[in-house]
Design a protein around this ligand. Structure first.
Ligand code: SAM
Length: 284
């Protein structure tokens, strides 16, 4: 992934440049699920969608130029591809709570609400508050999801607003989140997430991120830390073993690699790269 090396944790003055392989100037044909949400949930007219998306994307890129913004991945409703999606929806309808960690625009929370999850049972934690505001601008749903359900907080910070949710969450959704760090900080992120979970329930952590056939810690990545640990199933189980040891919990990791279209541009840079999706369940 050598050409992902242009940005490191010390960002160069031109780090918002759009001259990077993951910045796609034009909006690709958007997937049917995203179109449905924008039209039916947000009420945007079909011919207004393209300009609406460009406007929001430009603002987001200026906040932090994540590849997932440059390449329009925020339109990918990954939660729909989770085999346990029907179970997740049912659990929310029964009163359980889901938190989207590093939610960005929180597109998947909108999908859940669109599909009938009670809005009061979905939460988002996001370090960049402007992304939360842009999520509302994107989906035009300030009247549907209470703003109190979005917490602007750094997951690593133990004394943040997210503290009010400690011990109360049943399901964590983590999309393109844990891969923002190398191994050590992924363990820290896992420990932080564990604090949010209800201590006595069979909690579940689901999501997806960039993985690899042969696990490795990628250096000089376009993340703040400049590292990304790319997992296969075995390394992810090992990582959650470390999280478990540190927190007195036990986790069973189900994970699977595939060649998802959304990460295809990374595969061109490193043939080992795949998407890894996971369902990590608390056993004790
Ligand atoms: C690659 S984006 C993915 C956003 C969204 N989950 C998605 O799949 O479209 C990662 C998100 O995590 C947020 N983030 C990064 N570090 C964080 C932290 N320490 N605490 C909370 N959120 C964080 C970023 O601001 C960003 O919105």
């Amino acid at each position: 992934m050598s050409s992902m090396s242009g940005e490191s944790k010390i960002m160069p003055p031109n780090w918002h440049t759009t001259d990077v392989s993951w910045y796609k100037k034009d909006l690709p044909e958007i997937n049917e699920s995203a179109r449905k949400i924008l039209e039916q949930y947000s009420g945007i007219s079909p011919d207004g969608i393209t300009s609406h998306l460009h406007e929001v994307r430009t603002q987001a890129w200026n906040i932090f130029p994540y590849p997932s913004i440059g390449n329009w991945h925020f339109l990918h409703l990954g939660i729909l591809e989770q085999p346990r999606y029907p179970e997740i929806l049912e659990r929310l309808q029964q009163g359980q709570k889901l938190l989207d960690v590093g939610c960005g625009f929180a597109q998947d929370l909108r999908q859940l609400v669109f599909d009938g999850a009670p809005a009061e049972n979905v939460y988002g934690v996001e370090i960049e508050k402007p992304f939360v505001d842009l999520g509302y601008d994107l989906f035009l749903d300030r009247a549907k999801i209470p703003s109190a359900n979005f917490i602007a907080a750094d997951i690593f910070e133990s004394d943040s607003e997210a503290k009010n949710l400690f011990g109360s969450i049943d399901i964590i959704y983590a999309s393109q989140f844990f891969h923002l760090w190398g191994w050590n900080n992924q363990v820290e992120a896992g420990k932080a997430v564990t604090k949010l979970l209800h201590p006595a329930r069979r909690s579940l952590i689901v999501g997806y991120q960039i993985g690899a056939i042969v696990p490795k810690e990628h250096q000089n990545s376009p993340t703040k830390e400049g590292k990304m640990y790319l997992h296969d199933r075995t390394s992810l189980q090992k990582l959650w073993g470390e999280v478990g040891e540190a927190t007195g919990t036990k986790w069973m990791v189900e994970a699977w690699l595939d060649e998802a279209e959304i990460f295809s541009s990374y595969v061109k840079l490193d043939k080992d790269v795949r998407r890894i999706s996971f369902a990590i369940e608390r056993m004790e």
